[in-house]
Design a protein around this ligand. Structure first.
Ligand code: B12
Ligand code: SF4
Ligand code: SF4
Length: 401
């Protein structure tokens, strides 16, 4: 971490967030860009140059080599090289417009009628990749009308080849919180990010002189200790990685820490004072279609068919974890709920779920909910089970009952 002095303020900043000098006369003003962005559905917008991000490649490579991105196989040194230089993606780019969509729709209480899981807020509504694609296209067409010519562009959000947060911070859309998320004034970190690389010379905005000061709430409250140091998230320990990106078994030592999260995790954002003061926005694209899109019933998740899964989650980001991933997470959340009433549901999943991954995690959950019913169900399942990984899970669970 480096502390730079700016006049009287000292704030933590990264070398790749320092503004590069402008080498052109702006063709379009910042005000005009913000007006177009708002028309296209972006509540916040800021602009930076398309110059390389100094030091970003080395930092990303250091992260990869330290194992902080292990499991995200696409995140390799070649990707780090491209991500550090926007012109490697668009050699004619003159500006990057960083665009944000806030999605905090107000406090939400999980109903306590039956055991339910939690889905991260960003995934309650329509998959943000779709939302960005549509709004970025609209933004581009408005920009073409404004400049009166076709614009060469790359429209990006969450792609493997750029670091959305780096553009957001250098442009001053927001600043880095210690949880590594970008905090946008007025919205906390409840803001999804995307950008338009364009061949238009646009007036740029300035980075913000902000940091977290002495606060360390997100580091202290992260359930798994995944924020290993300020600004450094160890992905294999992060529940967002384990519940969404993990295709196989969730490591046993992480399972008790997952709590009731079945898709993503919002803890580091929820505990942040800036996020606590976020404005409530009403963006229909981020609104849940039903309660199962934000606090799904765990029993239903364990029993849902492929058709039911698709009926509820088609078009949302939750599809990414697939039915078996979501059911696996639900089994773990049931084990964590500590409610013995769910034992018969887990027994049924252990006996009859079509996915070995889910049977294995149901065994683990039964091992947590010790009792005679769990033990005899595990004994019976061990005799009937043919999958070696599930047998191993059952043996491990029997040791804990
Ligand atoms: C890989 C990835 C993940 C991984 C790894 C996360 C990580 N922190 O690296 C996993 C699966 C764990 C993950 C989780 C989440 N993600 Co994610 N993820 C990405 C992705 C695809 C790449 C991120 C990346 O490049 N990571 C490498 C690290 C090194 O870069 P970074 O995350 O930007 O971290 C910055 C800081 O570390 C900072 N930094 C480093 N050292 C220093 C030193 C100083 C002094 C300072 C000031 C800063 C600083 O610079 C880094 C570069 O920008 C981006 C989309 C994209 N293409 O950019 C989305 C993205 C970062 N994710 C996003 C979201 C919403 C999430 C979750 C909140 C989802 C959830 N609710 O479950 C969690 C949050 C977890 C967390 N605390 O980060 C949003 C973040 C929006 C925002 N306002 O910040 C993004 C931008 C997607 C989008 N287009 O909106 N994610
Ligand atoms: S998303 Fe959850 S697990 Fe990941 S760093 Fe934040 S609090 Fe920790
Ligand atoms: S919780 Fe505190 S340390 Fe973490 S991002 Fe928010 S202000 Fe920064």
């Amino acid at each position: 971490m480096t502390a730079h002095s700016h006049g009287k303020t000292r704030f933590a900043s990264a070398p790749w967030s320092q503004p590069a000098p402008l080498s052109f006369e702006p063709e379009v003003s910042l005000d005009d860009i913000r007006t177009l962005a708002a028309e296209a559905g972006f509540v916040v917008a800021a602009v930076t140059t398309a110059d390389p991000y100094p030091g970003l490649r080395a930092m990303l490579e250091g992260h990869i080599d330290a194992g902080h991105l292990t499991g995200l196989d696409w995140f390799d040194h070649a990707r780090a090289e491209v991500a550090a230089d926007p012109r490697a993606l668009h050699d004619n780019a003159r500006s990057i417009v960083s665009l944000g969509i806030p999605y905090f729709s107000g406090p939400a209480e999980k109903p306590d009628d039956v055991p339910r899981g939690r889905i991260s807020r960003y995934a309650w509504g329509i998959d943000y990749h779709r939302v960005f694609r549509k709004r970025l296209q609209l933004f581009l067409s408005l920009l073409e009308v404004l400049v009166g010519r076709p614009v060469e562009s790359r429209l990006l959000s969450d792609t493997a080849r750029t670091v959305d947060r780096a553009a957001a911070v250098r442009s001053g859309l927001g600043w880095y919180g210690k949880h590594s998320c970008v905090i946008v004034p007025g919205h906390g970190s409840w803001v999804m990010l995307g950008e338009a690389f364009v061949d238009v010379a646009i007036e740029k905005s300035a980075p913000l002189d902000r940091d977290c000061g002495s606060c360390s709430r997100c580091l202290d409250r992260c359930p798994t200790g995944a924020i290993v140091a300020p600004y450094i998230v160890d992905a294999p320990r992060c529940l967002s990685f384990q519940t969404i990106e993990q295709r196989g078994a969730i490591p046993r030592e992480i399972r008790p820490l997952l709590g009731d999260w079945v898709f993503g995790c919002d803890v580091c954002q929820e505990v942040c004072p800036y996020t606590g003061a976020a404005a409530i926005v009403d963006d229909p694209d981020f609104s849940p279609r039903s309660e199962e899109n934000r606090f799904p019933r765990l029993e239903w998740l364990l029993r849902m068919s492929e058709e039911e899964f698709r009926a509820v989650y088609a078009g949302t980001a939750v599809l990414r974890t697939k039915r078996r991933g979501l059911a696996r997470n639900a089994a773990v959340a049931m084990g964590n709920a500590g409610d013995r009433a769910v034992v018969p549901i887990l027994v049924e999943a252990l006996r009859a779920h079509d996915e070995p991954l889910v049977r294995g995690h149901a065994a683990w959950a039964l091992g947590r909910l010790d009792g005679q019913t769990s033990r005899s169900a595990l004994d019976r399942a061990l005799r009937a089970e043919s999958d070696a990984d599930v047998q191993e899970e059952i043996r491990a669970a029997l040791l804990t009952t």
